[in-house]
Design a protein around this ligand. Structure first.
Ligand code: NDP
Ligand code: 8X3
Length: 251
């Protein structure tokens, strides 16, 4: 592969960070995005001896910040070959009648609208060049609905639909669009879902071997490194102990 430039949202943690690390080892140039600037700086320091790296700090919920940040990219990073739409999280785990409005706003605004804003800011140049690759990080929650998953599941079903919509609408422009839908991955995901309750989060991943962020990064790299005529629509990835959104073989 010629040296490509990848734009990774949610690069400060979990799947996004592991993807950045793997891409760097494969000499892909990196635009690392997230809100936590210290983490972006540290990751840039870690990876700069492997590849060219720049960082962008913005909140995907904020339209202006998204567009301003992307417009501010140094010339050398303006040709984005690969967009990894990864930033996202669950907020809360309650029955629909008990859910918090702020949590619902966060999930729709980050997982759906944020993904759209970033894509809208990057896509026109891909279309102009007739070239590009988008990987959307969905979830098993985008394929199934589980108890108390309600709005998170709805947001990831939207990602699933947008993944299909992008492939359909971008078909004439030689742009590949893929999604990865993981089951349980041991990251900061559950800590965010349970609002900093580390003990509750830890329990999600005990009694079985969960997927690690690096496992998803490997799959993302596999998807983007296929020959130009190969496009994987989507992949569902579970830990061996998991058989569906709700079936988990825990000790
Ligand atoms: P982490 O919590 O470890 O990482 C989430 C990332 O998203 C962080 O880098 C965070 O950066 C970024 N992010 C969150 N909110 C915003 C925001 N408003 N603006 C910009 N960036 C934001 O979780 P994962 O790595 O597990 O999650 C990555 C993706 O994978 C998500 O889309 C998640 O839904 C999906 N997923 C996760 C699974 C799991 O079990 N872990 C399973 C299936 C899918 P910062 O806080 O610095 O802004
Ligand atoms: C994260 C996996 O099962 O908690 O998307 O929804 S799950």
């Amino acid at each position: 592969m010629n040296q490509k430039t990848a734009f990774i949202t949610g690069a400060t943690s979990g799947i996004g960070k592991a993807t950045a690390q793997l891409f760097a080892r494969n000499k892909i140039r990196l635009i690392l995005c997230g809100r936590r600037i210290e983490r972006l700086i540290r990751l840039k320091e870690e990876l700069s001896n492997l590849t060219d790296v720049t960082t962008l700090q913005f909140d995907v919920r904020n339209k202006k910040e998204v567009f301003n940040a992307i417009e501010s990219l140094p010339t050398a990073f303006q040709k984005i070959d690969i967009l990894i739409n990864n930033a996202g999280n669950a907020h809360g785990l309650s029955s629909i009648q008990d859910g918090e409005l702020d949590d619902w706003d966060a999930m729709i605004d980050i997982n759906v609208k944020g993904l759209l804003y970033v894509s809208k800011a990057i896509l026109p140049k891909m279309v102009e060049r007739n070239d590009g690759f988008i990987v959307n990080i969905g979830s098993i929650a985008g394929k199934e609905v589980y108890p108390h998953g309600n709005v998170y599941c709805a947001s990831k079903h939207a990602v699933n639909a947008l993944n299909k919509a992008m492939r359909v609408d971008l078909n004439n422009y030689n742009i590949r669009v893929s999604a990865i839908h993981p089951g349980a991955v041991e990251t900061e995901f559950s800590e965010v879902r349970f609002k900093g309750d580390v003990e509750k989060a830890r329990k999600v991943y005990t009694g079985f071997k969960a997927l690690q962020a690096e496992d998803i990064a490997d799959i993302i790299y596999f998807v983007i490194s296929r020959p130009y005529y190969v496009n994987i629509e989507d992949l569902i990835v579970y830990p061996t102990a998991q058989a569906s959104a709700t079936i988990l073989n825990k000790e």
